[in-house]
Design a protein around this ligand. Structure first.
Ligand code: CDT
Length: 397
């Protein structure tokens, strides 16, 4: 049985420091209407979609900074954001959108929500785990800054997959007593920009049976202070490379986790200075690009996807069996032992070292209630990606 739906990335051109919020929201509503006319049932907007990517700027004034933030419980009522959600409800389109979140305790997060049009409410929230950049600006006055670590805390909600009710017509419902493998409501997960470069972030979702990963982004094409340089590059070469790496991670991780992905850029020359890449795209579980943006302005990227296409890879190609992981675990332990033969480290400090070294991240797999999850054996000191994921699982229906 096909489980098809039309999905879209709403790529946005630049939003400037001087942009008026109502105008930006109007642009977003226009994109939503275009997607609706094409039959989309889900539209993804970029990271921090409502404003310029303000972490480029050193802002001292709290009141000025507050202009860029929203409270997540006020998204559906604040004049800054309400019109977009109202339009989504009216059109019957689910949306996922990124914004700077001010939490009740005053902390800032780089957040994405998923809004269900059918329910008329936000049904999932994700806070970006991998915050790039620095707390303080670079000394070079011409550098591209990314002060995310200054304005945001690392996400503390984990990477929880969720189902999106009523996005496909004939999904089997548990409540009806009919449980057919792979026939339920779609399973989705959210990443934000830099998260997409971390395989363990994807794997957290992959191990929960994710079918569609949503990722909004603001990625600068040329920022040698920020990215570091392997070799000198012209801005044009650097941008080409940045687009290449964006597509590489979307395609490769879709393939490795047998899921679709949708990515939506804020693109173009923001604040007259920061050239953001385009490349918004929709990828298949086989790693192919199904649709991609043509330019760097406001644009809808649309594809019809059949979630059934996720199953072959999940069930036949990349099946995870306990025995396989025990063997992998033994192999990793042996290679550690051989690698440090002669060292005075004890076996227990060895295994601690293995866990804290990125190259041994495989060890972080574990089994909780019969389901493979990340972080089952490790604690949150190991790395930000593993926060709060212990025990969270969403077996495929
Ligand atoms: N917004 C965001 O996360 N941008 C980052 C820039 C990386 S800077 C080293 C990205 O991964 O695209």
């Amino acid at each position: 049985m096909a489980r098809s739906l039309k999905v879209a990335a709403a790529q946005m051109g630049p939003v400037h420091l001087t942009s008026v919020r109502a105008d930006t929201v109007s642009r977003m509503m226009k994109l939503l209407n275009s997607a609706s006319a094409l039959g989309a049932k889900l539209v993804l907007f970029p990271e921090c979609a409502f404003t310029t990517f303000f972490p480029r700027h050193l802002i001292y004034s709290q009141s000025e900074l507050d202009e860029y933030f929203e409270h997540s419980d006020q998204l559906l009522t604040s004049p800054n954001t309400k019109p977009l959600f109202d339009e989504a409800r009216k059109l019957g389109i689910d949306i996922s959108v990124g914004f700077a979140e001010r939490a009740e305790d005053g902390k800032g997060f780089n957040t994405s929500v998923y809004y269900s049009a059918k329910k008329g409410e936000v049904i999932a929230k994700y806070r970006k785990v991998h915050l790039p950049g620095t707390k303080e600006p670079f000394e070079n006055p011409n550098a591209v800054n990314q002060l995310e670590k200054r304005y945001f805390e690392p996400g503390n909600l984990g990477l929880k997959a969720f189902r999106t009710p009523d996005t496909i017509g004939d999904a089997a419902k548990k409540a009806s007593g009919v449980i057919e493998a792979g026939k339920g409501d779609p399973i989705m997960g959210m990443l934000i920009c830099n998260d997409r470069r971390w395989p363990e972030a994807w794997r957290c979702y992959g191990l929960q049976g994710v079918e569609v990963v949503l990722c909004g982004y603001n990625t600068v094409g040329y920022g040698p202070d920020l990215w570091g340089t392997r070799k000198p590059m012209t801005p044009e070469e650097a941008e080409k490379d940045a687009v290449f790496h964006h597509k590489l991670v979307m395609q490769a991780n879709s393939y490795m986790n047998s899921c679709f992905s949708i990515s939506a850029a804020k693109a173009g020359l923001e604040d007259g200075k920061y050239d953001l890449i385009g490349g918004s795209c929709i990828t298949s579980p086989e790693g192919h690009i199904l649709a991609e943006a043509k330019g760097k302005g406001d644009e809808i990227v649309l594809a019809e996807i059949d979630l059934e296409d996720c199953r072959q890879g999940k069930e036949k190609v990349k099946t995870e069996k306990l025995g396989d992981w025990i063997l992998a675990d033994i192999a990793i332990r042996l290679s550690i032992l051989i690698g440090i033969a002669g060292s005075i480290l004890t076996a227990s400090s060895l295994s601690k070292q293995a866990l804290s070294s990125p190259s041994y991240y495989h060890k972080r797999y574990g089994v909780v209630d019969g389901v493979f999850v990340y972080g089952a054996e490790v604690d949150i000191e190991i790395g930000p990606s593993f926060q709060s994921v212990e025990g969270q699982s969403l077996p495929m229906l």
